[in-house]
Design a protein around this ligand. Sequence first.
Ligand SMILES: [Zn+2]
Ligand SMILES: [Zn+2]
Length: 335
Amino acid sequence: MTKYALKPVTCAVCDSVSEQRTLQCVTTFERPDLDGRPSEMARSTMDVWVQTCPACGYCAMTLTQAAPSARNVVQSEAYRTRLHHPGAPALLNQFMCLALLQDAEGLVRDSAQVRTHAAWVADDAGLEDLARRCRSEAADLLLNAPPLKHWERREEPDWQGWRGVQLVDLLRRAGRGEEALREVERIRQVGASSLMKQLLTYESAAIARGDTGRHTVNEGLGLPLPPERRPANDPLLQYLLDNYWRLVTDTESKAARMETFNTEEGPRWATDNPEVLALLAEGKAGLGRALERRLLAEHPDTVIINRCPKCGAPARTSKARQCRACPHTWRESPR
Ligand SMILES: [Zn+2]
Ligand SMILES: [Zn+2]
Protein backbone atom coordinates (compact mmCIF):
# COMPACT_ATOMS: atom_id res chain seq x y z
CA MET A 1 0.00 0.00 0.00
CA THR A 2 1.21 3.51 -0.82
CA LYS A 3 -0.28 6.67 0.73
CA TYR A 4 0.59 10.24 -0.19
CA ALA A 5 -0.35 13.58 1.37
CA LEU A 6 -0.24 17.09 -0.07
CA LYS A 7 0.88 19.83 2.25
CA PRO A 8 2.11 23.42 2.05
CA VAL A 9 5.85 23.70 2.70
CA THR A 10 7.98 26.81 3.28
CA CYS A 11 11.27 26.84 1.38
CA ALA A 12 14.24 27.34 3.72
CA VAL A 13 16.18 29.14 0.98
CA CYS A 14 13.65 31.68 -0.39
CA ASP A 15 10.75 31.53 2.11
CA SER A 16 8.13 30.93 -0.56
CA VAL A 17 5.37 28.43 0.14
CA SER A 18 4.52 25.58 -2.21
CA GLU A 19 2.36 22.45 -2.12
CA GLN A 20 4.51 19.32 -1.87
CA ARG A 21 3.57 15.68 -2.02
CA THR A 22 4.93 13.55 0.80
CA LEU A 23 4.91 9.84 1.34
CA GLN A 24 2.76 8.80 4.30
CA CYS A 25 3.40 5.09 4.12
CA VAL A 26 4.56 2.46 1.68
CA THR A 27 4.74 -1.32 1.83
CA THR A 28 7.55 -3.38 0.33
CA PHE A 29 7.45 -7.17 0.27
CA GLU A 30 10.43 -8.43 -1.68
CA ARG A 31 14.17 -8.04 -1.19
CA PRO A 32 15.78 -5.16 -3.12
CA ASP A 33 17.91 -5.07 -6.27
CA LEU A 34 21.62 -5.69 -5.77
CA ASP A 35 22.30 -1.93 -5.99
CA GLY A 36 19.83 -1.31 -3.16
CA ARG A 37 16.86 -0.16 -5.23
CA PRO A 38 13.79 -1.24 -3.24
CA SER A 39 11.17 -3.54 -4.72
CA GLU A 40 7.58 -2.44 -5.25
CA MET A 41 5.74 -0.50 -3.87
CA ALA A 42 8.62 1.73 -2.68
CA ARG A 43 10.28 1.32 -6.09
CA SER A 44 7.68 3.57 -7.71
CA THR A 45 7.72 6.38 -5.15
CA MET A 46 10.96 8.06 -6.27
CA ASP A 47 9.19 11.25 -7.36
CA VAL A 48 8.54 12.16 -3.71
CA TRP A 49 12.10 11.41 -2.52
CA VAL A 50 13.10 14.94 -3.55
CA GLN A 51 11.13 18.18 -3.24
CA THR A 52 11.80 21.14 -5.53
CA CYS A 53 10.89 24.74 -4.74
CA PRO A 54 9.07 26.15 -7.78
CA ALA A 55 10.26 29.68 -6.89
CA CYS A 56 14.04 29.30 -6.41
CA GLY A 57 14.77 25.76 -7.62
CA TYR A 58 16.10 24.51 -4.30
CA CYS A 59 16.02 20.69 -4.21
CA ALA A 60 15.92 18.86 -0.89
CA MET A 61 14.44 15.84 0.81
CA THR A 62 12.54 18.41 2.90
CA LEU A 63 12.44 21.99 1.64
CA THR A 64 11.99 23.31 5.18
CA GLN A 65 15.64 22.54 5.94
CA ALA A 66 18.73 23.98 4.26
CA ALA A 67 22.46 23.77 4.96
CA PRO A 68 24.45 27.03 5.24
CA SER A 69 25.94 26.54 1.78
CA ALA A 70 22.56 25.92 0.08
CA ARG A 71 21.81 29.50 -1.03
CA ASN A 72 25.13 29.89 -2.87
CA VAL A 73 24.89 26.47 -4.51
CA VAL A 74 21.31 27.08 -5.71
CA GLN A 75 22.40 30.35 -7.34
CA SER A 76 25.50 28.85 -8.97
CA GLU A 77 25.82 28.41 -12.72
CA ALA A 78 26.45 24.66 -12.41
CA TYR A 79 23.29 24.17 -10.36
CA ARG A 80 21.05 26.22 -12.71
CA THR A 81 22.39 24.36 -15.74
CA ARG A 82 21.82 21.00 -14.07
CA LEU A 83 18.28 21.83 -12.91
CA HIS A 84 17.15 22.76 -16.40
CA HIS A 85 19.24 20.24 -18.33
CA PRO A 86 17.15 19.34 -21.39
CA GLY A 87 18.77 15.95 -22.00
CA ALA A 88 17.52 14.25 -18.83
CA PRO A 89 14.20 13.68 -17.02
CA ALA A 90 13.30 16.47 -14.57
CA LEU A 91 13.43 14.05 -11.63
CA LEU A 92 16.97 13.00 -12.54
CA ASN A 93 18.04 16.66 -12.68
CA GLN A 94 16.48 17.25 -9.28
CA PHE A 95 18.40 14.33 -7.77
CA MET A 96 21.63 15.60 -9.33
CA CYS A 97 20.97 19.09 -7.92
CA LEU A 98 20.44 17.54 -4.50
CA ALA A 99 23.78 15.77 -4.99
CA LEU A 100 25.50 19.09 -5.75
CA LEU A 101 24.11 20.51 -2.49
CA GLN A 102 25.40 17.48 -0.59
CA ASP A 103 28.80 17.72 -2.28
CA ALA A 104 29.08 21.31 -1.00
CA GLU A 105 28.49 20.06 2.55
CA GLY A 106 30.98 17.20 2.17
CA LEU A 107 28.21 14.60 2.56
CA VAL A 108 29.98 12.06 0.38
CA ARG A 109 27.82 9.00 1.09
CA ASP A 110 24.55 10.93 0.84
CA SER A 111 25.67 12.34 -2.48
CA ALA A 112 26.54 8.84 -3.72
CA GLN A 113 23.12 7.61 -2.61
CA VAL A 114 21.30 10.38 -4.45
CA ARG A 115 23.37 9.83 -7.61
CA THR A 116 22.34 6.17 -7.39
CA HIS A 117 18.69 7.32 -7.28
CA ALA A 118 19.41 9.41 -10.39
CA ALA A 119 20.71 6.24 -12.07
CA TRP A 120 17.42 4.47 -11.27
CA VAL A 121 15.48 7.30 -12.93
CA ALA A 122 17.73 6.93 -15.97
CA ASP A 123 17.13 3.13 -15.92
CA ASP A 124 13.38 3.68 -16.00
CA ALA A 125 13.72 6.14 -18.88
CA GLY A 126 15.94 3.71 -20.83
CA LEU A 127 18.86 6.19 -20.79
CA GLU A 128 21.66 3.64 -20.45
CA ASP A 129 24.65 5.95 -20.89
CA LEU A 130 23.31 8.41 -18.38
CA ALA A 131 22.55 5.61 -15.92
CA ARG A 132 26.12 4.32 -16.28
CA ARG A 133 27.54 7.79 -15.70
CA CYS A 134 25.43 8.36 -12.55
CA ARG A 135 26.51 4.94 -11.20
CA SER A 136 30.13 5.64 -11.99
CA GLU A 137 30.04 8.96 -10.12
CA ALA A 138 28.35 7.33 -7.13
CA ALA A 139 30.97 4.56 -7.11
CA ASP A 140 33.85 7.06 -7.28
CA LEU A 141 32.46 8.91 -4.27
CA LEU A 142 32.14 5.65 -2.30
CA LEU A 143 35.60 4.38 -3.30
CA ASN A 144 37.13 7.61 -1.97
CA ALA A 145 34.87 8.00 1.08
CA PRO A 146 36.44 7.82 4.53
CA PRO A 147 35.60 4.52 6.24
CA LEU A 148 32.41 4.56 8.27
CA LYS A 149 32.66 4.46 12.04
CA HIS A 150 31.12 1.25 13.44
CA TRP A 151 29.39 0.54 10.16
CA GLU A 152 29.71 -3.20 10.46
CA ARG A 153 28.14 -3.32 13.89
CA ARG A 154 25.04 -1.34 13.01
CA GLU A 155 24.08 -3.73 10.27
CA GLU A 156 21.96 -6.82 10.79
CA PRO A 157 24.56 -9.60 11.19
CA ASP A 158 23.16 -11.49 8.19
CA TRP A 159 23.48 -8.33 6.08
CA GLN A 160 27.08 -7.60 7.08
CA GLY A 161 28.82 -6.51 3.88
CA TRP A 162 25.62 -5.29 2.20
CA ARG A 163 27.00 -1.81 1.54
CA GLY A 164 29.97 -3.44 -0.10
CA VAL A 165 27.72 -5.58 -2.31
CA GLN A 166 25.89 -2.44 -3.43
CA LEU A 167 29.19 -0.77 -4.38
CA VAL A 168 30.24 -3.88 -6.33
CA ASP A 169 26.90 -3.76 -8.16
CA LEU A 170 27.32 -0.05 -8.98
CA LEU A 171 30.76 -0.77 -10.46
CA ARG A 172 29.52 -3.82 -12.39
CA ARG A 173 26.58 -1.95 -13.88
CA ALA A 174 28.83 1.02 -14.70
CA GLY A 175 30.92 -1.39 -16.77
CA ARG A 176 33.89 -1.26 -14.37
CA GLY A 177 34.21 -5.01 -13.88
CA GLU A 178 37.88 -5.14 -12.84
CA GLU A 179 37.40 -2.62 -10.07
CA ALA A 180 34.26 -4.48 -9.02
CA LEU A 181 36.27 -7.71 -8.68
CA ARG A 182 38.93 -5.92 -6.59
CA GLU A 183 36.14 -4.69 -4.33
CA VAL A 184 34.74 -8.26 -4.04
CA GLU A 185 38.15 -9.43 -2.76
CA ARG A 186 38.40 -6.52 -0.34
CA ILE A 187 34.95 -7.18 1.16
CA ARG A 188 35.68 -10.91 1.50
CA GLN A 189 38.79 -9.98 3.49
CA VAL A 190 37.04 -7.41 5.69
CA GLY A 191 34.36 -10.02 6.42
CA ALA A 192 30.84 -10.57 5.19
CA SER A 193 27.96 -12.82 6.21
CA SER A 194 27.28 -16.07 4.34
CA LEU A 195 24.35 -14.39 2.62
CA MET A 196 26.48 -11.49 1.40
CA LYS A 197 29.32 -13.84 0.38
CA GLN A 198 26.83 -15.66 -1.83
CA LEU A 199 25.84 -12.34 -3.42
CA LEU A 200 29.51 -11.56 -4.03
CA THR A 201 29.92 -14.95 -5.75
CA TYR A 202 26.88 -14.12 -7.88
CA GLU A 203 28.34 -10.69 -8.73
CA SER A 204 31.70 -12.24 -9.70
CA ALA A 205 29.95 -14.64 -12.08
CA ALA A 206 27.93 -11.79 -13.62
CA ILE A 207 31.10 -9.74 -14.10
CA ALA A 208 32.88 -12.72 -15.69
CA ARG A 209 30.15 -13.03 -18.33
CA GLY A 210 30.10 -9.26 -18.95
CA ASP A 211 26.58 -8.87 -17.58
CA THR A 212 25.86 -5.22 -16.69
CA GLY A 213 22.09 -5.66 -16.24
CA ARG A 214 19.77 -5.38 -13.30
CA HIS A 215 19.62 -8.28 -10.84
CA THR A 216 17.94 -8.72 -7.48
CA VAL A 217 19.11 -10.04 -4.12
CA ASN A 218 16.65 -12.92 -4.55
CA GLU A 219 18.26 -13.87 -7.87
CA GLY A 220 21.67 -13.77 -6.19
CA LEU A 221 20.44 -16.14 -3.48
CA GLY A 222 18.63 -18.42 -5.93
CA LEU A 223 15.26 -17.59 -4.34
CA PRO A 224 12.55 -18.57 -4.40
CA LEU A 225 13.75 -22.16 -4.49
CA PRO A 226 11.99 -24.50 -6.91
CA PRO A 227 9.16 -26.30 -5.05
CA GLU A 228 10.98 -29.65 -4.90
CA ARG A 229 13.89 -28.06 -3.01
CA ARG A 230 11.83 -25.96 -0.63
CA PRO A 231 11.95 -27.22 2.97
CA ALA A 232 8.54 -28.76 3.70
CA ASN A 233 6.26 -26.87 6.01
CA ASP A 234 6.30 -29.15 9.04
CA PRO A 235 2.68 -29.77 10.20
CA LEU A 236 3.54 -29.99 13.91
CA LEU A 237 5.59 -26.77 13.74
CA GLN A 238 2.79 -25.03 11.88
CA TYR A 239 0.23 -26.23 14.46
CA LEU A 240 2.32 -24.83 17.32
CA LEU A 241 2.90 -21.51 15.55
CA ASP A 242 -0.78 -21.12 14.62
CA ASN A 243 -2.14 -21.98 18.06
CA TYR A 244 0.56 -20.91 20.53
CA TRP A 245 2.39 -18.06 18.77
CA ARG A 246 2.32 -16.04 22.00
CA LEU A 247 4.53 -18.64 23.68
CA VAL A 248 7.09 -18.80 20.86
CA THR A 249 10.37 -16.87 21.33
CA ASP A 250 11.76 -14.46 18.73
CA THR A 251 14.59 -16.85 17.91
CA GLU A 252 12.19 -19.78 17.46
CA SER A 253 9.96 -17.66 15.29
CA LYS A 254 12.95 -16.56 13.20
CA ALA A 255 14.03 -20.19 12.81
CA ALA A 256 10.51 -21.23 11.83
CA ARG A 257 10.44 -18.63 9.03
CA MET A 258 14.00 -19.30 7.87
CA GLU A 259 14.56 -19.95 4.17
CA THR A 260 17.42 -21.77 2.52
CA PHE A 261 19.46 -20.33 -0.32
CA ASN A 262 21.68 -21.83 -2.99
CA THR A 263 25.45 -21.88 -2.68
CA GLU A 264 28.11 -23.70 -4.68
CA GLU A 265 28.17 -26.31 -1.90
CA GLY A 266 24.38 -26.76 -2.06
CA PRO A 267 21.49 -25.18 -0.19
CA ARG A 268 22.03 -23.72 3.31
CA TRP A 269 19.99 -21.79 5.87
CA ALA A 270 19.95 -18.07 5.14
CA THR A 271 21.56 -17.03 8.43
CA ASP A 272 24.81 -17.16 10.41
CA ASN A 273 22.96 -16.77 13.73
CA PRO A 274 24.25 -19.74 15.82
CA GLU A 275 21.10 -19.95 17.97
CA VAL A 276 18.85 -20.14 14.93
CA LEU A 277 21.15 -22.68 13.25
CA ALA A 278 21.14 -24.82 16.42
CA LEU A 279 17.33 -24.87 16.43
CA LEU A 280 17.37 -25.95 12.79
CA ALA A 281 20.06 -28.64 13.19
CA GLU A 282 17.44 -31.31 12.46
CA GLY A 283 15.42 -29.21 10.04
CA LYS A 284 11.97 -27.71 10.49
CA ALA A 285 10.60 -31.05 11.71
CA GLY A 286 13.28 -31.13 14.42
CA LEU A 287 12.38 -27.59 15.39
CA GLY A 288 8.72 -28.66 15.62
CA ARG A 289 9.59 -31.57 17.94
CA ALA A 290 11.83 -29.41 20.14
CA LEU A 291 9.21 -26.69 20.36
CA GLU A 292 6.55 -29.27 21.28
CA ARG A 293 8.78 -30.60 24.09
CA ARG A 294 9.51 -27.13 25.42
CA LEU A 295 5.92 -25.88 25.30
CA LEU A 296 4.51 -29.04 26.92
CA ALA A 297 7.14 -28.84 29.68
CA GLU A 298 6.72 -25.13 30.34
CA HIS A 299 2.97 -24.74 29.78
CA PRO A 300 1.43 -28.16 30.56
CA ASP A 301 -1.98 -26.62 31.37
CA THR A 302 -2.23 -24.51 28.23
CA VAL A 303 -0.69 -26.50 25.43
CA ILE A 304 -2.68 -29.31 23.83
CA ILE A 305 -1.35 -31.22 20.84
CA ASN A 306 -4.52 -32.25 19.03
CA ARG A 307 -3.58 -35.21 16.84
CA CYS A 308 -5.72 -37.33 14.56
CA PRO A 309 -6.44 -40.57 16.48
CA LYS A 310 -6.06 -42.54 13.26
CA CYS A 311 -2.90 -41.24 11.54
CA GLY A 312 -1.34 -39.03 14.21
CA ALA A 313 -1.14 -35.85 12.10
CA PRO A 314 -1.72 -32.58 14.00
CA ALA A 315 -5.14 -31.01 13.38
CA ARG A 316 -5.54 -27.36 12.46
CA THR A 317 -6.52 -26.15 15.94
CA SER A 318 -6.69 -27.64 19.42
CA LYS A 319 -10.49 -28.02 19.07
CA ALA A 320 -10.62 -29.37 15.49
CA ARG A 321 -12.16 -32.79 15.05
CA GLN A 322 -11.18 -33.29 11.44
CA CYS A 323 -7.84 -34.53 10.11
CA ARG A 324 -5.95 -32.58 7.49
CA ALA A 325 -3.82 -35.52 6.38
CA CYS A 326 -6.43 -38.29 6.12
CA PRO A 327 -10.23 -38.38 5.69
CA HIS A 328 -10.81 -39.24 9.37
CA THR A 329 -13.13 -37.17 11.59
CA TRP A 330 -13.76 -37.78 15.26
CA ARG A 331 -16.31 -36.69 17.86
CA GLU A 332 -14.86 -37.61 21.21
CA SER A 333 -11.93 -35.73 22.70
CA PRO A 334 -8.71 -37.12 21.22
CA ARG A 335 -6.97 -37.11 24.60
ZN1 LIG B 1 12.77 28.41 -2.70
ZN1 LIG C 1 -5.53 -38.46 10.11
